[in-house]
Design a protein around this ligand. Structure first.
Ligand code: ZN
Length: 240
């Protein structure tokens, strides 16, 4: 079974379309949260995902947009966008986002937005956090988003190694436990503006990362038209 894994779409419909085109055909679509926030198209993105029968978990921006999480630790731009999202989304979108779990298990994979220890907030960006995550994981594989970087951590005996993925990177999973991050669809932050995705062949254990061009100027225009903070548009062409 071929699974497409994406994360941090952040209400960027053109980026989502480009990524879905690039990973088709797939049998399942798994989404690791931050479906909304920052971007201009929350209803369109949720509608598209629901049409794909997506399996999803909530991110911190999703939880905040439905009032399940306070925005007091969000920065000003993120808070402004969450408040705009909360005011804008349809009742259907709100109900669906509010129904997403913080964590779920699919096959031998734990799906969370942040980390297994703190699914909404913690970033798996370092070997030390990865090690703490491996200690409490109940599956050999874990999929995370939140950092907006394509990263992998692998437990090898007592050592944790970090691997930076990039466009075209491939990993064959073996018996060593792994934490895999597909990167961000709608707001990459590694100075490459292309949208991120990952695919996993559950039978062979082959993982592929990819980057996809999309018309970010369309998203930028929509961000400005909706009166969202202009810096949220500017950053998309820089990939920061
Ligand atoms: Zn995010």
């Amino acid at each position: 079974m071929r699974v497409a894994v994406i994360s941090d779409i952040h209400s960027n419909a053109p980026a989502l379309e480009a990524v879905l085109d690039a990973v088709t055909p797939y049998d399942r679509l798994w989404v690791l949260g931050d479906i909304v926030g920052y971007g201009p198209d929350p209803d369109a993105v949720v509608e598209r995902l629901r049409a794909e029968n997506v399996v999803a978990v909530a991110g911190n921006h999703d939880a905040a947009a439905v009032g399940r999480l306070s925005t007091h630790t969000f920065n000003d731009m993120a808070r402004a966008a969450v408040e705009w999202t909360a005011d804008t989304i349809s009742d259907d979108t709100r109900d669906w986002l509010g129904s997403l779990p913080d964590q779920r298990t699919e096959a031998d994979y734990t799906l969370v937005h942040g980390s297994p220890r703190d699914p909404l907030w913690e970033y798996v960006f370092s070997v030390s956090v990865a090690r703490a995550s491996f200690e409490i994981l109940e599956t050999d594989r874990c999929l995370v988003g939140h950092t907006h970087h394509q990263l992998t951590f692998r437990l090898d005996g007592g050592d944790v190694e970090g691997l930076q993925a990039s466009d075209g990177a491939r990993l064959m999973l073996d018996e060593r436990p792994c934490i895999l991050n597909p990167g961000s669809v709608g707001q990459p932050r590694d100075r490459d503006p292309r949208a991120c995705a990952m695919t996993i062949d559950l039978d062979s254990g082959q993982v592929d990362w990819l980057r996809v061009d999309y018309p970010f100027e369309v998203t930028q225009r929509a961000i400005r038209d909706r009166g969202l903070p202009r810096a949220l548009a500017d950053r998309l062409e820089l990939g920061v």
